[in-house]
Structures are given as structure tokens and as C-alpha cells.
Design a protein around this ligand. Structure first.
Ligand code: 13P
Length: 280
């Protein structure tokens, strides 16, 4: 039975210079791939189900199914709400058993971001859940690759220290050149800035936009205080690529075969990443 994924695990990963993968799922095929990857690697992993998935299925039904799949995992699997701008949504997910949430006030000014993120910390205090927040602005779209790499609004170390102190968040998503989605040229991760951020704040850092980033850079980020790494676009591409490939084979309507291949391909993407972030 999975015991979820608590803050202790995240802090432990930071101390050890290892990374935990936060992988986005839109349906139970994705959740099964995540749980399978965690089990095969013998490592903790986080399933991230958020607003985009809730827009296309019954949210309560998907969450209940995800929890059942996760609870059977022999290795720790967290259930995390990614990029939420709404305290109502955060409360609903905490009520539904999420083990962590990300409050995203990066579109707000500093004071408003502090207020929203503090609200999430207060809420999560009544549950056994931890809170990730974002400071700075990570470019790109969370559900489709827009193919332009830009530095976004980089996270300033002084503001990061003030932000963590003022809000009490447990983990901080930073903008250090990372971009959501695949890009034509690789996003340039500013490792010097990561090193400064690690010195400035005493909580695990989170790197969003892992798709397309070189393994050496990810491994270096682990050593610079990043304990959670978010991946999505590479999983979407693996899923859609598998379904497209299978649909071309006769008889062209074997949906079960297509979904099986999609799950396998996503599991491979995840196990390869875990091997980089958390080598045996
Ligand atoms: P990618 O889509 O670039 O992998 O980023 C995922 C992410 O950061 C989810 O929050």
C-alpha cells in the first residue's frame, strides 16, 4: 500500500542531492504509467492531476480512480495538484485526499502572490499536505508546446528569500530559464542562478518544464537543491505517438492495444528520467 509522499521525503531528497519526479496525468492510463514507473524503479514519484484534466472528465471520478491505483502501489506515490490559482480548487483537492498542492500566483504581483500562497499554506495546515508555490514566471503553455524558448521572469534570490519567509511554503518552483513544453532549441537552464537560490532559501526547489532538458543539466540541478522535477510534454508525446503508431496497424481500431502501448511508452519515459534524477 502506498503511504503517499510527505514533506520528509522531499526534504530528504534535497539533502541527498536526488530528485523526485512529478509527472502530469490526464487519465488513468497516465496514472498507471506513473505508479508502474515508481514501482519498477523502487523510488518515490508524484502523480499530478490538475485543472486541465478536470476540464475533460468528471474530476471526482478521476481522483477516486487515481487514488485507488495509487493506494495499491508498494512504493510511495504522492497525489499533487499542479498550477492551481484557486483556493476553492485547492480545498476540494485536499478534501479529496491530495498529499500536496501547488498554488500558482506567478501571474500576480509580489504582494498578491504572497497573499494567495499564504492562503494555501493556511488551508493545507489542517490537512497533512505540503504546499509548493511559484515565484517568477515560467514561460510556455502547460498543456501544449508553443515551441518558443524564452527566459520568462527569472526568480530573484532576494525576493525568493522574502517570499518563503512571508508565506511559509514548503517548496518553491523557480524560473531559471526553464519553459513549459518542448522547444525548438533547448531551454538554457541557469545553474548559477539555481546555486544562488539554493543559498537564499531553505526549502526544496522545484524545476518545471523538464521535457527536452539534457540529463546532465538535470543531474546538476539535483545537486543544486532541486528536489522535485515536473514532466508533462514528453509524456503527452509518448502517449499520442503510441496511439498514432498503433492506429496505423491493421485492423486500425485496436484501442486496447493502443492504450497498452501508450502506457508502456510513458512508463519508459518516466523510468529513464528517474534513473537520471535518482540513480541507484
Ligand atoms: P513540460 O511539459 O515541459 O515537461 O513541463 C511540465 C511541468 O512543468 C508541469 O508543471
Amino acid at each position: 500500500m502506498s503511504r503517499g509522499l510527505g514533506l520528509d521525503e522531499l526534504n530528504h531528497a534535497r539533502r541527498e542531492g536526488r530528485g523526485i519526479l512529478g509527472a502530469v496525468a490526464y487519465d488513468t492510463v497516465g496514472v498507471e504509467a506513473i505508479v508502474t514507473a515508481g514501482r519498477r524503479s523502487g523510488r518515490p514519484i508524484i502523480a499530478q492531476i490538475g485543472s486541465s484534466a478536470f476540464n475533460h472528465v468528471d474530476a471526482g471520478g478521476l481522483i477516486a480512480a487515481a487514488r485507488m491505483i495509487i493506494e495499491r502501489s508498494p512504493t510511495p506515490v504522492g497525489l499533487h495538484l499542479d498550477h492551481s490559482r484557486s483556493l476553492d480548487e485547492i480545498r476540494r483537492c485536499l478534501d479529496a485526499g491530495y498529499t500536496s498542492v501547488m498554488v500558482d500566483g506567478s501571474h500576480l504581483d509580489f504582494a498578491e502572490n504572497v497573499a494567495l500562497s499564504s492562503g494555501a499554506v493556511d488551508l493545507a495546515g489542517s490537512y497533512d499536505a505540503w504546499v509548493e508555490a511559484e515565484l517568477g514566471r515560467i514561460e510556455g503553455d502547460e498543456d501544449r508546446s508553443t515551441a518558443v524558448a524564452g527566459p520568462g521572469g527569472l526568480t530573484h534570490p532576494d525576493y525568493a528569500a522574502r517570499f518563503v519567509g512571508a508565506t511559509g511554503v514548503d517548496a518553491l518552483a523557480v524560473s531559471v530559464g526553464n519553459v513549459h513544453g518542448r522547444t525548438r532549441t533547448p531551454a538554457q537552464i541557469q545553474l548559477d542562478l539555481l546555486a544562488e537560490l539554493r543559498e537564499a532559501v531553505d526549502v526544496p526547489l522545484v524545476l518545471h518544464g523538464v521535457s527536452g532538458i539534457d540529463g546532465d543539466i538535470l543531474a546538476a540541478a539535483c545537486r543544486l537543491g532541486v528536489a522535485k522535477f515536473n514532466v508533462n510534454a514528453d509524456l503527452r508525446a509518448a502517449y499520442l505517438g503510441a496511439v498514432t503508431e498503433w492506429a496505423r496497424k491493421p485492423p486500425g481500431d485496436d484501442l486496447v492495444g493502443a492504450l497498452r502501448l501508450a502506457r508502456q511508452r510513458m512508463t519508459e519515459v518516466l523510468t529513464d528520467l528517474i534513473a537520471v534524477l535518482d540513480p541507484p
